[in-house]
Write a protein that binds this ligand. Structure first.
Ligand SMILES: Cc1cc2nc3c(=O)[nH]c(=O)nc-3n(C[C@H](O)[C@H](O)[C@H](O)COP(=O)(O)O)c2cc1C
Length: 390
């Protein structure tokens, strides 16, 4: 059998594209409207160069750190995503891979696997919530996550329900009815390896979200949950402070793009923020997160942990983000391509690539630890950064 190992995330993406049904792959590509932000997230990293040394390099390099109180083997976390239908083991496979590599797991409240199973696979799990339903509903979800053993909460608030993509959105059924199965049969039949994997489990992707119901209600469908979310009035900063204090433990506000919001997050008492634009899935035209990072890190980096997500595809991107002030990064599509290409092993493969790529950067830049990375390691073109809200 040919080796399943892949040498870059780009190769994993091509394999995932070949292996997954068209609509499942399309759901992972995601992006909003014209795709400006999704593209800029990735391309902005290419504008940054390195300034390597040739001698005096360090024979040992330290990559371990802590994020939101969790010791991790490298400054890379799994960003929460709903992994509907990509793989039968879904987020549990991702959590296992992350645990095997000493990496913390972010679990989406719109994920396909229950928080209890995911925490069992990786005790370093942060549960992610959107602002959905009443405060009582949210308190109940938090209690469930806490009882399951989640070690932190991620509140994601950067979603504006903008929809429509110039390249077309995939068809995602509300429920896998017989009619839908017949409709989707041709694209599934064209992906025998994917079909076989699901066939072995005797299940079909049910497209429900088991972490959202409260009070013993059955898991709603993805679109049922989405509808409830759309009807929930958006949160105020008091709501954010309430959420933060109701959780009590380590708390991240994900989706910050502006300095004024970063400062308000500090006032609300968060542990960490992630400079993020939801992988280019919120307002299209928002600059790449890496362009926003330096000014935000400068403004609040001594008060909260500043993370970045968006566009990380290689270890060099991790090094660049750390050099510009991030404590760690979170990855989305990179591990989704790994999962789609080769399940748990594919996610481990992606994490290994990021680790070895980051290690190569530390070596070339003459550092013995990620703590030594700084803007002086980079060639930063004039006008690269964007400063929003302050
Ligand atoms: C398919 C998909 C689903 C996502 N679902 C969620 C989610 O449920 N919760 C969340 O906080 N972020 C979600 N995100 C955003 C990611 O957590 C992360 O911010 C983004 O993917 C980072 O950009 P990258 O994909 O370029 O690494 C999703 C992203 C994608 C691509």
């Amino acid at each position: 059998m040919a080796s399943k190992w892949f040498e870059t995330v780009a190769v994993a993406q091509r394999r995932a594209k070949r292996r997954l049904p068209k609509s499942v792959y399309g759901a992972l590509v995601a992006g909003a409207e014209k795709g400006l932000t999704a593209r800029d997230n990735v391309e902005a990293f290419s504008e940054l160069g390195f300034a390597p040394h040739v001698a005096g390099l360090s024979a040992t390099r330290e990559m371990a750190t802590t994020v939101m109180g969790q010791p991790v083997s490298m400054p890379v976390l799994i960003s929460p995503t709903g992994v509907q239908a990509v793989h039968p083991d879904g987020e549990v496979a991702v959590a296992r891979a992350a645990a095997a590599r000493g990496v913390a797991m972010g679990l989406s409240s719109f994920a396909s696997k229950p928080v209890e199973e995911v925490v069992a696979a990786n005790p370093q799990t942060f549960f992610q919530m959107y602002w959905v339903g009443s405060r009582d509903d949210m308190a109940a979800r938090m209690e469930r996550a806490r009882a399951a053993g989640a070690v932190g909460l991620i509140a994601t608030l950067d979603w504006s329900f903008s929809f429509g993509r110039d390249w077309g959105s995939p068809h995602i059924p509300e429920k896998m009815t017989l009619r839908e199965m017949i409709r989707m049969a041709p694209e599934a039949a064209a992906r025998p390896a994917w079909l076989l994997e699901w066939g072995r489990t005797g299940r079909i992707p049910d497209l429900t979200v088991p972490n959202l119901p409260v009070g013993g209600a059955p898991a709603p469908t993805f679109f049922g949950a989405y509808g409830q979310w759309m009807q929930t009035p958006p949160p105020s900063w008091e709501d954010v402070a309430w959420l933060r204090s109701a959780w009590g433990g380590a708390f991240m506000l994900k989706g910050v793009t502006r300095i004024d919001d970063a400062k308000r997050a500090v006032d609300a008492g968060v542990t960490a923020i992630s400079v993020s634009n939801h992988g280019g899935n919120n307002l299209d035209g928002t600059p790449a997160s890496i362009r926003l990072l330096p000014d935000i890190a400068r403004a609040v980096g001594d008060q909260v942990e500043v993370l970045l997500d968006g566009g990380i595809r290689r270890g060099g991107d991790v090094a660049k983000a750390l050099a510009l002030g991030a404590r760690a990064v979170m990855i989305g599509r990179a591990y989704l391509w790994g999962l789609g290409a080769a399940g748990q092993a594919g996610v481990e493969n992606v994490l290994d690539l990021l680790r070895s790529g980051l290690d190569a950067c530390l070596l070339g830049l003459g550092h013995s630890s990620i703590a030594e990375l700084s803007a002086g390691d980079l060639v930063i073109p004039e006008g690269f950064t964007r400063r929003l809200g302050g």
